[in-house]
Design a binder for this molecule. Sequence first.
Ligand SMILES: [Zn+2]
Length: 304
Amino acid sequence: MRALLGILLVVALASPASCAGKSRVDGDRLFARVQHQCDAGPRVPGTPGHAAIRDWIGSEARRLGGSVEMQSFTDSSGAAPIALTNVIARFGPAGGRRILFCAHYDTRPWCDRDPDPAFRQQPVPGANDGASGVAVLLELAELMKLAPPPVGVDLVFFDGEDMGTDDRPEGFCLGSRGYAARLPAVGDPARPVAGFLLDMVGDKDLQVYHERNSVERASNLTRLVTEGAAATGARSFHDETKYSVIDDHVPLLDAGLPTVDLIDFDYPAWHTHRDTPDQVSGASMAEVARLVEWIAYRSVLARP
Ligand SMILES: [Zn+2]
C-alpha cells in the first residue's frame, strides 16, 4: 500500500482495556503460518511461491470448512496484462447478513525502500506485509471450524496488492479492484455489508491507529473496532487517527462497501529485505485475531 499523509489527528484518548475472556486463538499457530508463507519464497504473481501459497490458502480454507472460490481474472490496466486470483472462502449461514474480512497474500516484487541499494531489485519477504494478514484470516477459519459464526463470513485473500510504485500508483490494489468490480449488487444477500482489511498486523511492537480514509468513510466501523478492542483487551489498538493509506479497502469503499483498514503503518522493515518472520510476533497477531473473533461472533454485526 501507499502512504499519502503522515498527519496525526487525535480523536480521543485510548479506551481502557477490559478482560479478554476465553478464546481459542493460538499465537504459535499464527506465527507458524507466517513462517510457512515465507518459507515458500516471495509471493509475487507469476512465481512458484505465489502459486503454492494461493493453492495452500484454498486448501486450508476448504479443510477448515469454507466454501472456496478461486476468483481468477486478467488485469489489463497496466502495460502488460497480468493474471490474478483472489481466494474467497465463505463460512456460516447462507442467508442473512455477511461480513467481509480480507488481506492480501501477494508480496512486493522490490525492496524499493531498502536502505541498502543492493537489495532494492530483490523481492520483499513479506512476513508482515502479506503473511500476517493471511495468518489472521486463517486463524478465524480455525475458530469457525470449531463453532460456526452466527452470520455469514467471507474471507477474501487478495492478489496483486503490492505492485504499484510512486510513479505508477494505479499498479496497487489490483486484486481488490477486481473483487470490487465483481461484487454482487447492493441488496443481493451474497454481498457483504461491512469489511475489515488486515494489513501489516504482525509487528512485534504492534500499534494500530485508525486509518484516515477508514474514519472518514466508514466511521461506524472504526467505532466498532474501538469497542472490540476494549472488549477483548487489545492494548495495541488506539482510538486515534494517524496515517492515511491507499490500501485494498479503498476500492471497496469506492464500490460502496464500508471497509476499514486495520494496519500498523509504523514498521521500519516496510518494503525492505528485513520484513522477515523475526520481525513479527504470534502475540501481536493473536490480539488482532481475538478482535476479529469478537467482530464475527459478538459485535452488533454478528446478530443475524
Ligand atoms: Zn506493501
